[in-house]
Ligand binder design. Structure first.
Ligand SMILES: Nc1ncnc2c1ncn2[C@@H]1O[C@H](COP(=O)(O)OP(=O)(O)OP(=O)(O)O)[C@@H](O)[C@H]1O
Ligand SMILES: [Mg+2]
Length: 344
């Protein structure tokens, strides 16, 4: 089911190519996925049922939760679907939506219901299902949590005419930003673990103190039965300026590489100075959308350049030194930048 060579380490190595930082979360996710499939392969051999370890990914918006899951799905050869909890909460037909999601999983498995029953379902924006104290209980996030509980528990779900999918062995990964959870934690972790001797391992203590407790999630608005079925929690850290800079230039599919490729196809070399990435990172930090705004800012920077270059085949090189200075265009055969940095 899971090829032998796919060890937790191999999963992390693969994620490293696309997801910057978040080492601990990547490790937790990798081990959870690996353990799940090892447990499943033990099923036939004497073991009758497995205790499933569904995963909850917590971290601010734009820190790589969805990216990590999508990347993981590319590596694993198991059926994988993603769903959005917000859309589940907006429909009056939650069960139909859930059925449709499982049907997509079966489609991904080429119609093989058995194989789909060992797939992975990623439900994003799970924090949008927080129980509200308001009146409209019928369409509340809480009722969606109850509907999801059923399949996470392993109920057979009817698909169309007379086909059933057994959800017992499906691995569920839920993700959410959980805005406000830090505040709850800082209140409830007041009497956390304290180092009592020099010998105490500070990193273990930090980890224990940083642990999200089920009661924190409960206070946030997830019902206890629901959090109880998400025993593994991986936290995604807020992105630092350095991580933001690396996101633009390091991953295999980083935006800088993409644009260099576009220009290379025109016979033009694009050179963006490191300082520019730092300036973009600063703006992204102000926007508070994690890595999400990087692409937009970078594309804005590229728009005027892309507008000019295709009409001027004599340009062979474009240099950008600062976000606040005009790009410098170099012509073929001339060592000097074109006059005043313009292409004409
Ligand atoms: N750790 C990271 N490494 C590489 N790229 C990242 C990272 N974090 C964010 N990004 C970039 O930002 C974009 C948005 O990230 P992603 O969709 O994973 O956010 P999220 O954590 O799921 O946020 P939300 O809670 O809002 O759904 C990604 O497509 C990617 O370009
Ligand atoms: Mg997301």
């Amino acid at each position: 089911m899971l090829p032998k060579e796919i060890t937790p380490r191999a999963i992390v190595d693969y994620l490293d190519q696309y997801v910057i930082g978040q080492d601990e979360a990547k490790r937790t996710l990798a081990v959870a996925v690996y353990a799940h499939y090892r447990k499943l392969s033990a099923l036939g051999r004497g073991v009758e049922t497995i205790a499933k370890s569904n995963v909850l990914l917590i971290g601010s918006s734009g820190t790589g939760k969805t990216l990590a899951c999508e990347t993981l799905s590319r590596l694993l050869s198991v059926p994988f679907v993603t769903a959005d909890a917000t859309s589940l909460a907006q429909t009056r037909y939650v069960n139909e939506e859930i059925e449709a999601m499982l049907q997509r999983l079966v489609d991904k498995a080429g119609g093989d219901v058995g194989q789909a029953g060992r797939g992975i379902v990623f439900i994003d924006e799970i924090d949008k299902l927080r129980a509200s104290t308001g009146e409209s209980r019928a369409t509340s996030g809480e009722s969606v949590q109850h509907a999801l509980l059923k399949i996470m528990e392993g109920a057979p779900v009817k698909l169309g005419a007379d086909r059933y999918i057994d959800t017992t062995n499906i691995l569920f990964i839920c993700g959410g930003a959980f805005v406000g959870l830090e505040k709850i934690m800082s209140r409830t972790h007041g009497f956390g673990f304290v180092a009592t001797s020099e010998a105490d391992n500070q990193s273990i203590l930090d980890r224990l103190n940083n642990r999200v407790k089920p009661t924190d999630l409960f206070e946030f608005g997830l019902i206890p039965e629901f959090t109880g079925r998400l025993p593994v929690i991986a936290r995604f850290a807020d992105l630092t300026r350095d991580m933001l800079v690396r996101i633009m230039s390091v991953p295999k599919n980083a935006i800088y590489h993409q644009f260099r490729e576009i220009f290379r196809a025109e016979g033009v070399e694009l050179v963006v100075a490191p300082r520019v990435f730092e300036q973009i990172a600063e703006i992204a930090i102000e926007y508070r959308t994690g890595g999400r705004s990087l692409r937009g800012i970078f594309e804005e920077l590229m728009t005027p350049v892309l507008y000019v270059v295709p009409d001027h085949p004599q340009i062979c090189r474009v240099e950008i030194d600062s976000l606040f200075e005009a790009p410098r265009y170099f012509k073929r055969g001339a060592g000097e930048p074109a006059a005043a940095g313009r292409a004409e």
